[in-house]
Ligand binder design. Structure first.
Ligand SMILES: [Fe+2]
Length: 343
């Protein structure tokens, strides 16, 4: 890791706040990993007293983290004694991060405690390409916090990538077409897709169809009930946004992740079936097909920006969801990764 000189011990803020780990947290060092000079920014923390380190107190930790996220988009907090969801919950309170639920989300993830979720229930061999979380929603989350309780024996990394850089990599003609038309996301939530996505009951936290319908209307989603338990959702969203802090375009979407070819190329579902056989699909905003080669080009642009680090137990990875996308590598062995979502 590239070391950055730390100044003399300095206490940030004052006041009691929530006392986690029975005392303050010390920032020992911060910088980039030497083999990954732009993502993520790494802060080495510890709870044991360190006279040469900077003392951080809970009351200012939220602002402290925000400042780093605003500079780097992805911040890895390493060294905290976090081993389970209870510890993570305390850490989030220490960091003063307000949490939100995953209403109308796709991912199969169980609630572990309050608003802390499993990161994903997808089987270990599944790959998740880089994506910005829930960009099919009218208001995608602004902050994601992953916490590693158990690192897999092999694999299971959470690759990350800069959405500004991906935007610049996309062929300008392709980019323009998406900026003009937007993206239509289609989801099929039924008995056959629960292997990959949540059921509509889990996604909306209710089995009352009228509640689902009012959430859809509120979030600008079209809905259609089919069969016994099927719900088709479709929504048109922007392919890119200008980041409010950097004032630069970010390619924030799930064109490649939700496209039919994702299910085919990973061997999960056969090619050549009806569109409704695939849990998700993406189209141009006017409902026309996106050519497979365009999706392939977009996927390659993401691959080029993929950055990998290796999880250690206790790590918290904080992401600006518009700026930095995330994915998941396949793994072997037990892996326990938690997720909290913030506005
Ligand atoms: Fe995700």
């Amino acid at each position: 890791m590239g070391h950055q000189a730390l100044h003399a011990p300095q206490e940030e803020g004052a006041g009691e706040g929530v006392r986690l780990f029975e005392g303050p947290v010390y920032l020992c060092d911060e910088g980039f990993f030497s083999d990954s000079p732009d993502l993520p920014w790494v802060c080495h923390l510890q709870t044991a007293h360190r006279p040469d380190a900077r003392k951080l107190v809970s009351s200012s930790m939220g602002a402290w983290l925000e400042k780093r996220l605003a500079q780097h988009g992805a911040v890895l907090l390493r060294g905290l004694p976090i081993r389970d969801s209870k510890d993570f919950d305390k850490a989030l309170r220490y960091l003063s991060i307000p949490l939100h639920d995953d209403l109308a989300g796709n991912s199969r993830r169980k609630t572990v405690r309050g608003r802390i979720y499993e990161s994903s229930r997808l089987e270990p061999h599944h790959v998740l390409d880089l994506h910005n979380e829930a960009t099919y929603k009218s208001s995608p989350p602004r902050r994601l916090l992953f916490c590693c309780c158990i690192a897999a024996l092999d694999g299971g990394e959470t690759p990350i990538g800069d959405s500004h850089k991906v935007f610049r990599r996309i062929d300008p003609e392709i980019r323009e077409e998406f900026l003009r038309k937007g993206i239509m996301y289609v989801r099929h939530l039924d008995q056959t897709t629960t292997k990959y996505l949540q059921s509509w009951q889990d996604s909306f936290g209710t089995s009352d169809r009228s509640v689902v319908e009012s959430v859809c209307k509120e979030q600008g989603m079209d809905y259609e009930w089919y069969g016994e338990q099927g719900l088709k959702l479709s929504e048109v969203r922007d392919a890119a946004v200008i980041h409010p802090a950097t004032q630069q375009w970010c390619w924030i979407n799930q064109i490649h992740l939700s496209h039919r070819t994702r299910w085919i190329r990973t061997g999960l579902i056969a090619d050549g079936l009806e569109a409704s056989a695939y849990p998700t699909g993406t189209y141009y905003g006017d409902g026309t097909e996106i050519p497979d080669e365009v999706v392939g080009h977009i996927r390659r642009c993401w691959f080029k920006e993929e950055k990998i680090f290796f999880w250690q137990p206790g790590d918290i990875l904080a992401l600006d969801n518009l700026w930095v996308a995330h994915g998941r590598k396949p793994y072997y062995g037990t892996r326990k990764l938690l997720l909290a979502i913030s506005a």
